[in-house]
Design a protein. Sequence first.
Length: 68
Amino acid sequence: MFLVTGATGDLGRRIVRRLREQDQSVRAFVKLTARYSELEHRGAEIFIGDLLQERDIQKACQGGAVCD
């Protein structure tokens, strides 16, 4: 599973789309206020969090997400 931060931005959306086209598992790290319905529609798992919070980053990386 790939963890994509900034998944609601221009580049992030393209990365999610490309990974899903290749049938890869994707976890999209998004802000609570972000519009992420398109990412859900593409089959991405949504993780709502704050990149400034270490605990959110750790939680997002659990369950097999690639976080290197």
